[in-house]
Design a protein around this ligand. Structure first.
Ligand code: HEM
Length: 418
């Protein structure tokens, strides 16, 4: 791509985006034979781009900014208003440090242990049941582990509701209509709950040790030495809890992969930590979760002769980059072995964003996600026996965003192994 950028003709493509889902950008890259093109979305001219080189410029903080990028409808469901996802520069780096300080190996190990404990309790419970829906169960397990880990009190009786609300915020991101409004209501309820938790912590009614997310968010001081407002602290604490619950999506894809590709299961049962790691990486690469990411051009520049104008919206194709044949042999083959001796870069495997954790917007919870999934995968393959009834539809739609196996993955005849 030098100089000229293909332009999609015709009307606004927002409806096509909703219709084509995860493949919207890669479909057009194929059509235009180009990894960059311009189209119209939600009433404005948008540049869409795909691949490692595109990711590299997208994550150059001098070229792009997040201010003014995330639509209100996403802030009112998925992110929370004015949260870390919308910040830039020194203020962002300072806020990011707050998040990254929670991700030490020791703290991640604690979350893994908690997850393992709640798995064991759930497995015992499942033995007595006719069948369970794995996705729903996993959301609740992770909700309990996340709250415990973060220092947030949670009654057994409210687990289902709270886990459901975290799920609904995520489920709203690619939705219009009822699913969107469900997400908004879920966020309202959750913010009200977590604002109270922040207030109770600050007034000493509840305690949480140093190193927990509750302690960190409630006592953080920004670059000017000011604490976060109760609302902002709640939003950022939710930015820890919600995505931990969202790991249920990848966990369900782990279960699906074990079912669809039984050879890989054998390898894990006979294998070690590295086999768990490779499998989890391949799940994050292969299955769809985030479709694309957005940013605005900070000040005009040229890339390969293509002008990027100040303020223009640019979308980076996450799903397409994870299936880019220039980066991955046989990209639509589920093949964990590709991650043995993988010389991973910062801009090729980007299911949770790319670039540097500290200076850019790469997901603060990527290592947490990998480690929790390894724990879950090990539990599924080494501590549990189950059957996958074939009366369910496990197909994964590429047009629903976010997506899941249609049945949310039902298992029965469950037994804990000795
Ligand atoms: C950001 C994906 C789990 C915390 C992001 C981004 C993506 C992402 C795509 C945006 C990157 C960008 O804007 O350039 C995911 C997926 C997850 C996951 C697919 C799997 C469930 C987690 C977990 C946590 C977390 C477990 C926390 C424990 C965050 C935070 C940000 C973020 C705080 C904002 C970072 C920033 O703006 O600097 N994530 N994430 N995520 N994620 Fe995750």
């Amino acid at each position: 791509t030098t100089g000229k950028i293909p332009r999609e003709k015709g009307l606004d493509q927002t409806l096509a985006l909703l219709r084509e889902g995860y493949e919207f950008i890669s479909n057009r890259c194929g059509l235009f034979q180009s990894d960059i093109f311009e189209t119209r979305l939600m009433g404005e001219k948008v540049i869409c781009m795909s691949g490692e080189e595109a990711a590299r410029i997208f994550y150059n903080p001098r070229l792009f900014q997040r201010k003014g990028t995330a639509p209100k409808r996403v802030q009112k469901t998925l992110f929370g208003e004015s949260a870390i996802q919308t910040m830039d520069g020194a203020a962002h780096e300072h806020r990011k440090q707050l998040f990254m300080s929670l991700m030490t190996p020791e703290r991640i190990g604690m979350l893994k242990d908690l997850t393992q404990q709640y798995f064991a309790i759930a497995g015992y419970d499942w033995e007595g049941k006719k069948a369970v829906i794995l996705f729903d169960e996993m959301q609740q397990i992770l909700c309990k582990a996340a709250c415990k880990w973060a220092g947030v009190p949670l009654n057994e009786a409210e687990v289902e509701k709270r886990a459901g609300d975290f799920g609904k915020m995520v489920d709203a991101f690619g939705a219009v209509g009822p699913r969107h409004w469900q997400g908004r209501r879920a966020r309202k309820r959750t913010e009200k709950w977590i604002r109270k938790v922040i207030e109770y912590f600050r007034s000493g009614k509840i305690q949480a040790p140093e190193g927990t997310a509750l302690h960190a968010m409630a006592t953080y001081r920004d670059t000017e030495g000011k604490p976060l407002s109760v609302q902002m602290a709640a939003v950022e604490l939710i930015n820890i809890l919600r995505p931990i619950v969202a790991i249920a999506t990848y966990f369900t894809f782990c279960a699906l992969a074990l079912y669809e590709f039984p050879k890989t299961r054998e390898q894990i049962v006979a294998g070690n930590e590295e086999d768990l790691y490779m499998f989890v990486q391949e799940v994050r690469r292969y299955y769809p979760f985030g479709p694309f990411l957005g940013a605005r051009v900070h000040s005009g520049f040229q890339w390969n002769g293509v002008p990027f104008n100040k303020g223009q919206l640019v979308l980076l194709d996450v799903y397409g980059t994870n299936h880019d044949p220039r980066l991955w042999d046989d990209p639509f083959l589920f093949w964990p072995e590709r991650f043995r001796n993988w010389k991973g870069g910062l801009f090729d495997l980007i299911p949770q964003g790319g670039g540097d954790f500290h200076t850019g917007h790469r997901c603060a919870g990527e290592l947490v996600t990998i480690e929790v999934l390894k724990t879950g995968l090990s539990f599924l393959t080494k501590q549990l026996e189950y059957n996958v009834p074939d009366t369910q539809n496990v197909s994964v739609s590429l047009t629903r965003m976010p997506t899941l196996p249609e049945s949310r993955f039902i298992i029965d005849q469950i037994k804990l192994t000795p």
